[in-house]
Design a protein around this ligand. Structure first.
Ligand SMILES: [Zn+2]
Ligand SMILES: [Zn+2]
Length: 276
């Protein structure tokens, strides 16, 4: 079994309205490419902030600008017009956990992908609101990111922890990089990750980003394997051709750290299936 659960039915850019992308034909394009690449378990996880309901949770300028679509219409579309698993990519916004929890619990998702894209107002992977303009050191930004990552896991609101070391998005050349061994930062999150049992995403999206590496890196993944958390494999595709992106590299990494099973979700119940 191969999975791709962290999939978007449209690019992040504005001008990609639901009417054009939340269609049975578009879902079928994704299903066809997934089938060609041996991916049976396919699920979609649209960004929560593209739905108006997210404005009850947070009103970051990007969210205000992006919140155009109706969340219940998206859920009905995936359930009624596609054979895809129904997921959502929901940010962890400290202080707004209860509002986000309500939004998530009111719908019958198969899985919820939890992400940190922002540290307060600053974005980790979007230069328009760049967190690195804050003047904070790499040590401060990495510490904050991994402290929050542990808190995300501890909420119990999320089934999958997305792109676990997204803070490295820009790579060593384009932004400051910490001097410490990176395991120091991973350690800040590990106790809560281990206790929560949350599934950890291995995402090939990082290979398409300036850093040019899988999320998470091998040292972090080894710590996760020692902790015993299950693994969810995804590409974070935003177009059909990105499905299963460079999965051969991900499978090599999984094999190297001794992972033989992947997490599979159904109405927020999890089971493990052998990789293959
Ligand atoms: Zn994301
Ligand atoms: Zn995503």
């Amino acid at each position: 079994m191969l999975t791709d659960y962290h999939v978007h039915l449209r690019p992040d850019e504005p001008g990609t309205p639901a009417e054009r992308h939340f269609t049975a034909e578009n879902a079928e394009r994704y299903r066809e490419v997934a089938a060609e690449r041996g991916i049976e378990e396919l699920g979609v996880a649209e960004h929560v902030y593209r739905f108006t309901a997210a404005l009850d949770v947070w009103q970051h300028p990007l969210w205000v600008q992006s919140a155009q679509d109706d969340l219940d219409r998206y859920c009905d579309f995936v359930r009624d017009e596609t054979d895809l698993k129904l997921g959502i990519e929901a940010d962890f916004v400290p202080g707004r956990e209860e509002r986000m929890r309500e939004l998530l619990e009111e719908r019958d998702f198969d899985f919820v992908v939890g992400s940190i894209h922002f540290l307060a107002e600053g974005a980790l992977d979007y230069d328009k609101y760049d967190v690195w303009n804050s003047g904070r050191s790499a040590d401060h930004i990495w510490r904050t990111y991994f402290t929050w990552l542990g808190e995300l896991a501890a909420t119990g609101m999320y089934d999958i922890l997305a792109h676990p070391d997204l803070v490295k998005h820009w790579g060593r050349e384009q932004r400051p990089w910490p001097e410490k061994d990176l395991r120091f930062y991973y350690d800040l999150a590990m106790e809560q990750i281990a206790e929560s049992g949350i599934a950890i995403e291995v995402s090939t999206a990082g290979l398409r980003k300036p850093v040019g590496e899988i999320y998470p890196d091998a040292a972090f993944l080894e710590m996760i394997v020692d902790a015993g958390n299950p693994i969810a494999l995804s590409s974070d595709a935003h177009t059909p051709d990105q499905l299963g992106y460079e999965y051969d590299k991900a499978l090599e990494l999984l094999d190297a750290v001794g992972i033989t099973e992947l997490a599979v979700f159904d109405r927020r119940a999890r089971r493990l299936e052998p990789i293959g």
